[in-house]
Design a protein around this ligand. Structure first.
Ligand code: OAD
Length: 255
């Protein structure tokens, strides 16, 4: 075993048919994307209300869109790290595997993961708030770069916004349902790189545990979830996940 020594964790994984992983900003930290909370977190320096709400987008479109354009550029330059690749590898190990993410960076998909349940949208997608037309990142770049005062508008005249969930907005319903269904069926639930402070995503590990799942937390820090966790693996997910997946492969050899 590379990282697992806890007998109850080993027992739980040996019996697991449904494994669910929930990821947060921490899994992408080693790819160079800043987290929101904690040391140097984005929300320690910037105000979410001013940058991540529909009201501010409507009132200060240029400021908000310059901020999202900047984040799009950061994300385009970043690459998936060993944590993302390990979760892609894990997908074929148990009978059922579901990957749920709060991240909007698309790095799981770029690492090869399929059917990623995105709870907070995707920063590289954009759409018109009036007619709903979707804009790929290339199409959006074109409109943004030619827009007057960095206010991107659709051909219909409507404002174009990123496909991300802002404060006060509902999560995409279908994805939330997929996430709940996977969670209640899970035998082992991995909570990775999330401060577990933003609901409803933060409810998922708790729900899993209430349903009898073995809850493993992977984080560099103690979180509000740590008390609930059956096992805490403290450290960088980019280092822990490859080792953990190797152990799970040993415990759950393919039929
Ligand atoms: P947070 O920034 O709240 O938490 C990131 C977590 O990752 C913290 O608990 C860190 O300790 C941990 N962490 C940092 N580096 C790590 C590493 N290398 N390996 C493992 N863990 C590490 O991010 P989220 O929980 O994802 O919402 O935040 C949830 C939501 O709040 C985001 O999706 C976003 C934000 O407002 C929306 O945009 C709707």
């Amino acid at each position: 075993m590379k990282i697992l020594s806890d007998p109850s964790a080993i027992e739980a994984i040996k019996k697991a048919k449904n494994i669910v992983a929930l990821t947060g900003a921490g899994i992408s930290a080693e790819s160079g994307i800043p987290t929101f909370r904690g040391e140097n977190g984005l929300w320690t320096k910037l105000s979410p209300e001013e940058l991540a709400s529909f009201e501010s987008f409507y009132q200060n479109t240029a400021v908000v869109m310059e901020w999202y354009k900047h984040r799009q550029e950061v994300i385009k330059k970043c690459k998936p790290n060993p944590g993302h690749y390990a979760l892609c590898e894990l997908s074929s190990v148990p009978e059922h595997f579901n990957l749920i993410t709060q991240n909007i960076d698309g790095l799981h998909q770029r690492a090869g993961s399929r059917d990623v349940v995105e709870l907070h949208g995707n920063l590289l997608e954009n759409y018109c708030v009036r007619c709903g037309q979707k804009y790929s990142i290339e199409e959006f770049d074109d409109v943004f770069n030619n827009a007057m005062n960095h206010v991107p508008r659709c051909n219909c005249g409507g404002l174009i916004r990123p496909n991300v969930v802002w404060f006060g907005e509902a999560l995409p319903r279908e994805n939330l349902e997929l996430a709940y269904n996977a969670t209640i069926q899970s035998d082992v639930f991995l909570s990775i790189g999330t401060s577990a402070q933003v609901r409803p995503a933060a409810d998922l590990p708790v729900l899993a545990k209430q349903g009898g799942a073995f809850l493993i937390e992977i984080n560099t820090q103690h979180t509000v979830l740590s008390e609930e966790a059956d096992l805490i693996l403290q450290g960088n997910s980019g280092e822990i996940l490859p080792q953990l997946v190797e152990d799970i492969k040993t415990l759950l050899p393919k039929a």
